[in-house]
Design a protein around this ligand. Structure first.
Ligand code: 26V
Length: 799
């Protein structure tokens, strides 16, 4: 049978689209035009668009089956996919058909589009990177599946009460999810607890994993891949009918609730002990379901285990899915009866690991006790892997106890814990950092001893972002201008073509149009004066990212308005966006302080027309797509050596924002590519920051030596911006962990330079165009190409 051509093609004319919409409204939504709500229209539109992608999906799957290719499997606890409707309209070529058909049936396209809910199944950069990589894998026609967890509740919704962050549940599937295909027949069984007897592991608790998938279309190609998300379901027998009949309703569902809690909520990376075991359960649940699914798929066309690493590469997105290493060992040794050596060799040829951090406190470890109770067999396997690792270490570095201690999978003090990063490095064939500087620091610090043991294992793959979502969809006006400037839309599939914009930076009429697109985007954001510089800091709240440095700048500007208006500079709107982990007290104090500063600035007539601070609640992908096109200035001001890469920095530069930043993460590469003249660099570099941090750093000496810094901190300390502001000041004048005060003067002076350049709008626009022109490297298509060349070694299959 010809698997590729068995389908009746779906129509692409307006009449056919409208007809499909209407019949879906009747036959699949079960309603009529007369009685349909906007929600009915939305769900029906989603189905109509999804059908077009599903037809391509069927052809893709058929081509994959015929080819029996090498597969890339991406394992990630997080995916921040962003809203699906607009993207799927674009990728299915129905962007114009859909609103026309909706109108013809009497619906408001704007009202319908506003019902599209973003699946917030991630925290920040790591989850969004996963989504960008899937987009690029499909666009490059690579056979790939993303595996993740279908959390009932995504990242919390942020609200402000009295300026304080409060968290509300994100019940994103409350109305159902029209983009999802449930596949209940592909369920898997996952065990927990129990004991290891002579017959092997006997789990004490069984949970089912039920998958569903979302379509991941490529842009400008036929390929449609999938992301498969697992949901925990209680085994059917767990409902206690006897108790229910006796009126014990809570007790009757107790077992089921416990099982289904595994996929109940995304962890907002908080540092509390509570619920840690549940998080470990989530990780094992993801890994166990996904590996069995991968093996099931392998068996469609293969039978020999030695082919497994030939046909399969599994990328671990940070350490969250690292239990996949002992789990595959268990499946191969205990269930498939391979010998240990062969299994270990297959495992080490299959997995690769991406590290996304430099912060020691962000490297996951699990108490040996907890892991051993939850997964007794896996702990045995980890111990054996460790014994063999340490034998190799002793053989390579005789009498070097400190290496043995550093490389061990088990941390001994103050508590015995399993080091997941060490396990990930040991069980994989490649380990990569996410920007040049990050990868260098990994091999020179975090993983220095591993790099000495296995130098060829380490590599870099600099992050990237998809230009389809973050330029084309987010910024249609600028995209049209770019297309006109370059003479084609090819840049959307080959972003290096943006370099062709560079000569246009010298064309005054092109500059005027560029400026006018920025102004349009700013007006669309609705922040008042589009002539004011829009200065944005959008990212998760963390002290290392230094939102507190940005507040000090705002306070200094505000104080200049009071006492030295001549030094103020230019009209600015400062925009903050981002969430703090619910248990991260210091980050929440920074949020509250920003809101207090915003209120004080707003209440003072002296700021009118000159300074505004805005902090829209609940920053997410949807909001990012509105803010990024409007931004003039991009704040990338982390302490050097702390931000692994950053990806918001790339999105903003691509949209023509100029960066003020430290030499951290991918900022270094952005500056190299857009040119030092078009980048506002300030602050200590990573070696200088490290040496200041490890010496006798005295934040007070900066406070005493700098009048403006002192005035800003005094205002905070004196409670001008509330109790939270006092806490921020106390932390800065105490330890100042991230060297905020050391970088303050350099930052303020650079901001004054920013203001001076802004006054010359022609010069600013020139720099803006050169930022976009120089940022083509930061496409996630290039990132995927690098992964393919350095790690994955898979080839395209075109449907
Ligand atoms: C986790 C934790 C856990 C508890 C304590 C503090 C802390 C701090 C950071 C993290 C996040 C680690 C993983 C992560 O999200 N990394 C981000 O990955 C992005 C994609 O590669 C990258 O652009 C960001 O620079 C990096 O922070």
């Amino acid at each position: 049978m010809d698997l590729r051509n068995g389908l009746r093609p779906l129509g692409s004319t307006p009449a056919e689209f409208e007809q499909d919409l209407l019949s879906n409204l009747y036959y699949r939504r079960g309603t009529t035009v007369e009685s349909a709500s906007a929600q009915d229209a939305y769900e029906t539109l989603a189905l109509t668009v999804r059908d077009r992608l599903a037809a391509r999906r069927a052809r893709t799957a058929a081509a994959h089956y015929e080819t029996n290719p090498r597969w890339v499997y991406y394992l990630s606890a997080e995916y921040l996919l962003g809203p699906q409707l607009e993207q799927n309209l674009l990728y299915s070529g129905t962007t114009d058909l859909a609103p026309a058909a909706l109108k013809a049936l009497g619906f408001s396209p704007e009202e319908v589009e506003a019902l599209d809910v973003e699946p917030g199944l991630g925290n920040g950069g790591l989850g969004r990177l996963a989504a960008c990589l899937l987009d690029s894998l499909a666009t490059l026609d690579i056979p790939a599946v993303g595996y993740g967890i279908r959390y009932d509740l995504g990242i919390f919704k942020q609200d402000f009460e009295n300026g304080e962050q409060v968290e509300k549940p994100d019940d994103w599937t409350f109305q159902g999810d029209p983009w999802e295909f449930p596949a209940p027949d592909d369920w898997q069984t996952v065990g927990f607890y129990g004991y290891v007897g002579p017959e092997g592991w006997v789990p004490g608790e069984i949970v089912h994993g039920e998958p569903s998938h979302l379509l991941v279309p490529g842009y400008g190609t036929e390929t449609v891949n999938i992301v498969r998300l697992w949901r925990a379901r209680a085994a059917q027998a767990s409902f206690d009918l006897r108790r229910f009949s006796a009126g014990q309703y809570a007790e009757a569902v107790q077992e089921a609730v416990k099982a289904e809690n595994i996929s109940k909520v995304l962890y907002p990376d908080d540092s509390t002990e509570m619920g840690r075991e549940l998080r470990l359960k989530q990780q094992y649940f993801l890994v166990s379901c996904s590996l069995r699914d991968i093996i099931r798929r392998f068996r469609f066309r293969n039978s020999d285990w030695s082919d497994f690493p030939v046909k399969t590469v599994i990328q671990l997105n940070d350490t969250h899915p690292t239990l996949a290493i002992p789990e595959l060992m268990r499946l191969l040794v205990d269930e498939e009866k391979l010998d240990w050596e062969q299994a270990w060799s297959l495992v080490r040829q299959t997995f690769a690991y991406t590290c996304h951090t430099l912060l020691p406190e962000a490297l996951e470890t699990w108490p040996v006790d907890m892991l051993g109770r939850l997964l007794p067999r896996h702990l045995e396997i980890i111990y054996r892997i460790n014994a063999e690792l340490l034998d190799e270490v002793r053989a390579t570095f005789p009498d070097d106890l400190s290496r043995v201690r550093n490389l061990s999978l088990i941390q001994e003090e103050p508590q015995r814990r399993v080091r997941m990063a060490n396990l990930a490095v040991t069980g994989t064939f490649k380990v990569n950092g996410v920007a040049e500087l990050h990868s260098q620091l990994l091999t020179s610090t975090t993983f220095a001893d591993f790099a000495a043991l296995w130098p060829d294992k380490f590599t870099n793959v600099t992050n990237g972002v998809t230009p389809r979502r973050f330029v084309r969809l987010a910024n249609p006006g600028l995209s049209a201008l770019i297309t006109e400037g370059l003479g084609s839309e090819d840049w959307l599939r080959d972003l290096s073509l943006l370099s062709g914009l560079a000569p246009l930076a010298d064309d005054a009429s092109f500059r005027a149009r560029w400026r006018s697109e920025k102004r349009h985007a700013k007006s669309a954001l609705g922040l008042g004066d589009p002539g004011a510089m829009l200065d944005v800091m959008i990212k998760r709240f963390h002290e290392y990212k230094r939102q507190q440095l940005k507040i000090l700048h705002v306070i200094t500007l505000y104080q200049r308005l009071q006492s030295a208006p001549g030094r103020f500079g230019v009209p600015r709107t400062v925009l903050f966006g981002g969430k703090a982990a619910p248990a991260y007290y210091a980050a929440k104090s920074i949020i509250k302080t920003i809101n207090a500063v915003a209120a004080a600035v707003a209440a003072d007539p002296k700021s009118s027309g000159l300074l505004r601070v805005v902090f829209p609640a609940n920053y997410n992908v949807t909001l990012a797509e509105k803010i990024i096109p409007a931004a003039d200035l991009s704040e990338q001001i982390s302490m050097a050596g702390k931000e692994a890469s950053g990806t918001g920095n790339m999105k903003l530069a691509l949209n023509g924002a100029l960066t003020i930043g430290t030499l951290d993460g991918a900022n270094v590469e952005i500056r190299d590519r857009v040119g030092a003249d078009n980048f506002f660099l300030f602050g200590l570099d990573a070696p200088a920051a490290l040496s200041l941090r490890s010496g006798d750093y005295q934040p007070r000496s900066y406070y005493e030596a700098d009048d403006e810094l002192r005035a800003a901190l005094d205002a905070l300390s004196n409670g001008v911006f509330g109790g939270a502001g006092q806490e921020v000041a106390q932390s800065l004048l105490g330890r100042d962990e991230y060297l905020t005060l050391a970088d303050y003067r350099s930052y303020i002076d650079k901001q004054d330079e920013v203001a001076a350049v802004w006054q010359n709008q022609e010069r600013w626009t020139r720099m803006s165009i050169l930022n976009t022109a120089g940022s083509g490297f930061f496409s996630s298509d290039r990132t995927v190409s690098d992964y393919l060349e350095r790690i994955w070694r898979a080839s395209p299959v075109r449907p």
